[in-house]
Design a protein around this ligand. Sequence first.
Ligand SMILES: NC(=O)c1ccc[n+]([C@@H]2O[C@H](COP(=O)([O-])OP(=O)(O)OC[C@H]3O[C@@H](n4cnc5c(N)ncnc54)[C@H](O)[C@@H]3O)[C@@H](O)[C@H]2O)c1
Length: 318
Amino acid sequence: MEMIKGNKVVLVGDGAVGSSYAFAMVAQGIADELVIIDLAEEKVKGDVLDLNHGAPYGDSPVNVKAGRYSDCSDADLVVITAGAAQKPGETRLDLVEKNTKIFKSIVSEIMDSGFDGIFLIASNPVDVLTYVTHKVSGLPKERVIGSGTILDTARFKYELAQEFGVSPSSVEGSIIGEHGDSELAVWSQTRIAGQPLYNMLKDDPSKQHRIDEIFVNTRDAAYDIIKAKGATYYGIAMGLLHITKAILKNQNVVLTVSSYLEGEYGQDDVYMGVPTLVNRNGAVKIFETPLNDEEIKLFEHSSKVLKEMQNKITDIIA
Ligand SMILES: NC(=O)c1ccc[n+]([C@@H]2O[C@H](COP(=O)([O-])OP(=O)(O)OC[C@H]3O[C@@H](n4cnc5c(N)ncnc54)[C@H](O)[C@@H]3O)[C@@H](O)[C@H]2O)c1
């Protein structure tokens, strides 16, 4: 049967994050074809069989295959979750040199196939590795997207929703900046069921302490989960699925993905998590959320942290 063009996804990296994403893709029937690549070929072989056996009960059929980089030639989307994972006590930025070398080789092989689609990157440090992918691939910035603070924003909404007893969909708020220790919450724009959080805090100042805790829980969630079970994967897999749907289904939804800044927020030549319109053409438009003075300072600091990392890997990608 000839495959209908337009919905082929290649996943590079079949570890905890990659296989959770693949499972979510099959359960929701998001692509016509899902090709999986990993150095661990036996693991891929097993996952391909297992996922295809689940596919008859998915929302619509997905053909899952083991593949190689030549399969990227006609792919619409390549999702990269390959690389070394964050170890207990290790920051995401510790991983930078190790994963930059891995990415340089993976992205070069993908481009050699003739790939001309969209990249979605999740491996850490995600903002820097998205920058590496943009530079190594030479693809337009719109077509190189990092998962950015998509997961952090979900964690933030979950925590606030729990605190105020509403659904996360009734919380308006976002985490922006680095996916990592220097990220920040845009408190000045946060609303619960339409009410500005700052007004709610004026009415009940005793809540301030909980609000501070919510940010710390959000920022440090990965450390807590890694300590408890070694890795985090379901949350990011759902985040990647959400971005994949925004792209393949041309949803025009605004998500806090990692986008390439060229003057927006006063920053240049850096990928950071910022509200971005995502559709079939990729990350097409960055929205500049109004920030207060403190938030501006924190965002500038986050950019500085990422640029210092970028400076450490410029020789590797040259
Ligand atoms: N962006 C986020 O919010 C977020 C959240 C969780 C994890 N992560 C990151 O995702 C990445 C994957 O995490 P994980 O828990 O799945 O790790 P994992 O160790 O379970 O899986 C990594 C996979 O990459 C494969 N791999 C390594 N080098 C490769 C290469 N050169 N070519 C092809 N495959 C290769 C390994 O064989 C392994 O299967 C890590 O960098 C982790 O830090 C990101």
